[in-house]
Design a protein around this ligand. Structure first.
Ligand SMILES: [Zn+2]
Length: 326
């Protein structure tokens, strides 16, 4: 039975959309049978609007580096409904070893970064979140328990987002201004909920290398998108799950080579290099050394602005000269 409110989470599959609904999760008629309004509405639900790539970055910098860490920790297991202590320990490493190592590294390089934290992780590790904020970093939203957003009804998605928002605010004393949807699983109702919460930016979509404005159902929203990509993420190269086919298949040095090439491309185009990492993955000795080397290299390049996602979104909004940002 589906419940609409409280702490009961209904699944979107139980609230099957009508056949013409653009937001469906693939149920119903096969795509080849859809009429034009249906596939067109699906594509227009959430769209990349105008580019928000600035002519130059803060203080005349020619490129921008935004480092982010998704502190999934134990929710990388809990999200599947698994309670295996063995698997939970793999995530616990992120809190116990990964985050302290990352914070030490950022402090040595005098850099600020963004940490995206599920509500359950803020409840399990409140001191970690307070330390992250105390050291000058940003904390953004990352779901409640790393749930699969597109499987939820709108009311459940709203309930979990509000709970996560309140939990982060209470834990850190700061109101989050940005979100990274867990697993980048952005649903057809995520954008209106982002607006309801008054957030400034999202960092979950992939329509560009550079920041852009999100357009919902044809309407510019004023929400900044700071795009991500699996190629600029540690997990696809280095993730490990014994029970599945997920295996580390790339050496840290090769991952560093890909990241560096992405940075050099951003530098050549005067753009944004946004990197997504996970404390329980990147926090291991051989990998943190690779990140240290990458940061050292990027810091050696003149006129590169290192910023949190919040700072990047704010800067892009401030330099946009027309439309809803004025
Ligand atoms: Zn995550």
């Amino acid at each position: 039975m589906r419940r609409r409110s409280g702490h009961h989470v209904a699944r979107r599959a139980e609230a099957r959309p009508p056949a013409h609904h653009a937001a469906g999760n693939g149920v119903g008629e096969p795509a080849w049978a859809w009429d034009e309004p249906r596939w067109r509405a699906a594509v227009n639900k959430v769209r990349a609007g105008r580019s928000l790539k600035p002519a130059c970055w803060k203080n005349g910098a020619r490129a921008c580096v935004a480092l982010s860490f998704d502190s999934d920790h134990e929710t990388s297991t809990l999200r599947e409904g698994s309670t295996s202590p063995g698997r939970l320990a793999q995530g616990e490493y992120g809190a116990r070893v990964g985050v302290p190592r990352i914070l030490d590294l950022l402090r040595r390089h005098d850099l600020r970064a963004s940490f995206f934290v599920p509500g359950v992780i803020a409840r399990l590790h409140p001191d970690e979140q307070r330390r992250v904020v105390a050291e000058g970093h940003e904390i953004g939203m990352h779901g409640w328990i790393h749930e699969g957003t597109s499987e939820l009804t709108e009311s459940s998605e709203r309930d979990l987002m509000r709970r996560a928002f309140d939990t982060l605010t209470k834990t850190t004393g700061r109101t989050p201004v940005g979100i990274r949807v867990p697993s980048w699983d952005f649903s057809a109702t995520t954008l209106p909920l982002i607006r309801e919460l008054g957030l400034s930016y999202d960092s979950s979509l992939m329509a560009d290398d550079e920041p852009y404005e999100l357009v919902g159902d044809g309407e510019p929203t004023g929400i900044v998108e700071l795009p991500v990509e699996w190629i600029k993420d540690d997990a696809p190269y280095l993730g490990m799950n014994r029970a599945t086919a997920i295996r580390p298949y790339t050496a840290p040095s090769a991952v560093g080579e890909i990241f560096r090439a992405e940075f050099e491309g951003a530098l050549a185009e005067g753009g944004l290099f946004l990197l997504t990492m996970h404390p329980h993955i990147i926090g291991h000795r051989s990998r943190i050394a690779m990140l240290d080397e990458l940061i050292r290299y990027m810091k050696g390049v003149p006129d590169v602005w290192f910023a949190t996602h919040e700072e990047v979104a704010r800067y892009c909004k401030a330099v946009a000269h027309d439309g809803p940002f004025v």
